[in-house]
Design a protein around this ligand. Structure first.
Ligand SMILES: CC(C)(COP(=O)(O)OP(=O)(O)OC[C@H]1O[C@@H](n2cnc3c(N)ncnc32)[C@H](O)[C@@H]1OP(=O)(O)O)[C@@H](O)C(=O)NCCC(=O)NCCS
Length: 143
């Protein structure tokens, strides 16, 4: 899937087009959730994801997200970013919209974790879990 956006931006879910160096640099150096993630782990996470999306401008990758899913019921949105120079133009919303409302995983139940971008996801139908349910996690033992 390729989709043109205003301003010369383009969304593409071609996994082979992902610039692993750009994704690794952002996640390992700038993200708050994947600091120090090794390049080979980033590459393996891209290979192992159910769907990956790149945001491009003039042939360069400027944004990314990926999803882990059973392809039938449930999906988890991971590693969403737009490079700083390209923020505030609605691109983050379009990136997530393409993942959750189009393509192979549209219509499934979606989960994500965020520290501060709730406003973005609320625009696309995500809502915070409320008690009495409790989200639980087992932290990664590697990577
Ligand atoms: C979060 C991020 C992807 C948003 O990208 P963006 O292209 O600037 O987003 P958009 O222009 O589509 O707008 C996002 C909307 O969500 C809102 N929002 C809420 N929390 C936000 C946050 N922490 N960062 C950016 N936008 C946020 C914005 O106010 C905006 O709404 P508005 O247009 O009504 O003002 C980008 O800021 C980013 O990469 N941040 C660093 C990585 C990160 O935090 N990723 C999310 C991890 S869960």
């Amino acid at each position: 899937v390729r989709r043109e956006l205003a301003g010369g931006y383009e969304l593409d879910d071609d996994r082979s087009r992902i610039d692993v160096d750009v994704v690794h640099r952002f996640l390992s150096e700038e993200s708050y959730w994947a600091r120090g993630r090794p390049r080979e782990v980033v590459a393996a996470s891209i290979d192992g994801s159910s769907r990956v999306l790149g945001l491009y401008r003039a042939g360069n990758q400027v944004g990314f997200t990926r999803a882990c899913s059973d392809g039938a019921v449930f999906a988890v949105l991971c590693d969403v970013f737009v490079l700083a120079a390209h923020r505030g133009k609605g691109l983050g919303v379009e990136l997530v919209r393409e993942m959750v409302d189009s393509g192979s995983l549209s219509g499934l139940g979606w989960a994500l974790d965020t520290d501060d971008a709730q406003g973005l996801y609320e625009k696309l139908g995500f809502a915070e879990l409320v008690a009495p349910r409790t989200a639980m996690r087992r932290a990664a033992r590697r990577g």
